[in-house]
Design a protein around this ligand. Structure first.
Ligand SMILES: *Cc1c(COP(=O)(O)O)cnc(C)c1O
Length: 373
């Protein structure tokens, strides 16, 4: 690679500019934790929980140790256990499906729709059985699933709705923020997510006081007060350092989301007319562009050409859950979920993060134009 194209290299995500921009604010937050000497849960986590609940428009947020743990505990709080079925999607990060199995239940899959890559609501009702306990839609790439019909079905069949909002911090559906749309909303704060910790962290959001109380016990060995073990629980507590970092970063999230949306709109303009399908933003669903997802034929050839031009891309995800080797025993043959399967072959993620410069973005667009030309 020539020095020129190295200089032009555009990473898929680069966390360093944001770390640099927040250096002072983060340093003082971290120092507060060190001075207080409280490293697990405690006042920094509580303050973040209050702020994040308010941000989502929900009564409670419960900080935990990852997005996966958030899903696991939300399912347990909803009463999901062995013998139960949970309806979710194959086109997601594997953690969604794995969490259902953590709870001892069986994941029952339905395909996603072509426009939003989220749960195809027309397919849900046929999959509901006497064993169904919950519906677990995923707000993939930063756009909400179609929550009204999902909530209606759940109400009619007495099911719990658990959102996997790990990619959709602050995204809106009919004006309301994800996480507050179902009974329980799960978030990951993995470092590359739209709101990311400096390590592992997650949260569950809910309007229900009983769920919140159960979740607080479950994440801390089932205790309500020291050694008062009410339930069998887990060590899924959020660390104070992560709570302090997240508290600082939450204050910037709306600005970063606006920047992601501006960059996505700019990609849409720059890529118009190319033989690729651009991401669709559906009415009344405000996309927060965790991922800017194209659909393209001959994806691998395009990826190689882009890589040669110094443009990093990714695929989210190369295999739907039912075709991932260790999950083949979910029992769904190839061909069962055509939209998920086609998306897995055609989807391509372009570099997108709030600090992506206009020059970097122009380089990506020019590289795509010449690769497809
Ligand atoms: C990141 C992610 C998770 C898992 O979160 P972790 O914090 O990595 O455990 C779950 N579901 C989806 C859709 C995700 O993107």
């Amino acid at each position: 690679m020539s020095t020129d194209s190295k200089k032009a290299a555009v990473p898929l995500v680069d966390l360093k500019p944001q770390v640099a921009a927040l250096k002072g604010e983060i340093a003082s937050a971290l120092q507060r934790v060190l001075d207080a000497g409280i490293f697990v849960l405690g006042p920094e986590v509580e303050a973040f929980e209050r702020d994040f609940a308010a941000f989502c428009g929900a009564r409670h947020a419960v900080g935990v140790s990852s997005g996966t743990d958030a899903l696991h505990l939300a399912l347990l709080a909803a009463g999901v256990g062995p013998g139960d079925e949970v309806i979710t999607v194959p086109f997601t990060f594997i953690a969604t499906v794995a969490a259902v199995e953590y709870a001892g239940a069986r994941p029952v899959l339905v395909d996603v729709d072509t426009d939003s890559y989220t749960m195809d609501v027309a397919q849900i009702e046929a999959r509901i059985t006497a064993k169904t306990k919950a519906i677990l839609p995923v707000h993939l790439y930063g756009q909400s699933a179609d929550m009204d019909p999902i909530n209606d079905l759940a109400r009619r069949h007495g099911l719990v709705v658990i959102e996997d909002a790990s990619q959709a911090h602050g995204a809106r559906y009919k004006g309301r923020r994800t996480g507050s749309l179902g009974h329980l909303g799960c978030f990951s704060f993995y470092p590359t997510k739209n709101l990311g910790a400096y390590g592992e962290a997650g949260a569950i959001v809910t309007n229900d006081d009983d769920y919140a109380r159960t979740l607080r016990m479950l994440r801390d060995w089932g205790q309500e007060g020291k050694y008062n073990h009410v339930l069998r629980g887990y060590n899924y507590r959020m660390e104070a350092l992560q709570g302090a970092v997240l508290g600082v970063k939450l204050r910037h999230l709306d600005r970063w989301t606006a920047e992601r949306r501006r960059l996505a709109a700019r990609y849409n303009e720059m890529l118009a007319g190319l033989p690729v399908e651009l991401p669709r933003e559906l009415p009344e669903r405000e996309h927060v562009y965790h991922i800017y997802a194209l659909r393209v034929r001959e994806r691998e050839r395009l990826r190689q050409r882009l890589a040669a031009a110094g443009v990093s891309t990714a695929v989210h995800y190369p295999e739907p859950a039912h075709l991932i080797l260790p999950y083949r025993d979910l029992g769904y043959a190839e061909g069962t979920f055509p939209v998920s399967e086609r998306s897995a072959t055609e989807q391509l993620s372009l570099p997108l993060f709030p600090e992506l410069t206009d020059a970097q973005q122009q380089h990506v667009a020019a590289a795509l134009r010449s690769a497809l030309g």
